[in-house]
Write a protein that binds this ligand. Sequence first.
Ligand SMILES: Nc1ncnc2c1ncn2[C@@H]1O[C@H](COP(=O)(O)OP(=O)(O)O)[C@@H](O)[C@H]1O
Ligand SMILES: [Mg+2]
Length: 265
Amino acid sequence: MEKKSPIISIKNLHFTYPDGTVALKGVNLTIQEGESIALVGKNGSGKSTLIKHLNGIYQGDRGEITVDGLPVIEENLQTIRGLIGMAFQDPDNQLFCPTVYDDVAFGPINMDVDEMALHKRVQESLEKMGLMDLADCPSHNLSFGQQKRAAMATILSMRPKIMIFDEPTSNLDPKNEAVITEIIANLPYTRILISHDLPILYQVCQKVVVMDDGRIDAIMSMEDFITNRQLLRKNGLDFTFKCDCCNGHNHEHRHNQIEKKSLSF
Ligand SMILES: Nc1ncnc2c1ncn2[C@@H]1O[C@H](COP(=O)(O)OP(=O)(O)O)[C@@H](O)[C@H]1O
Ligand SMILES: [Mg+2]
């Protein structure tokens, strides 16, 4: 049987920041087309640094990466940036045009999409993110939740093959959190999701990659991950652990509130 080549292949990747911080210490990872990967790990374990190598924002000291069979090197970066849509933690970095419409049109314009097709792509992306009414607003006038959705629309309009989300639900209220989770869960792309939010990871991803101190510590199914209390706790994802901490304070009212919250998951 013909063996399918992976959509992402990372081999022995090392990276040191200019200040001398060694952030990646030999990462090996293979992702097949259509997979949804949860990338988890303690703060500072190297998750954000790793994904920024996939579209060439950072370049490793050592190692090799291919995306859809293309080595991540200068001459392929334009193509690769059309293949990978990356939603960063701070949506502000991705919104810089006069209006939301212009921001969403920016990517496809750079990919030379013709005018008719461009308009259709922008409309579709805005619609998907529930932003049709805000198309003509300046992006900086939007609420944080709306900005997160606008940043995602700027990626959808590029129709990438791979989408990467770095903490997509951080600092969102529960309503926006649910909207974004639902949208990400239904996207028909290969996805990498970085989050400390177990419900979204569970809803979106089948496979979990655990990073620790610049290395891949474990790769497992979501089912195995969520039943491994020790691993969840080690990676800041064990919700019941947080409840236990609050219970320790013996504060009846707060205790009840947290218990209620945990039931709603
Ligand atoms: N711009 C930077 N300059 C120097 N060190 C950095 C920079 N960004 C991140 N680091 C360091 O690199 C390591 C990995 O960080 P990061 O990839 O942001 O981890 P994570 O996303 O898992 O929280 C940490 O030790 C962090 O302090
Ligand atoms: Mg990070």
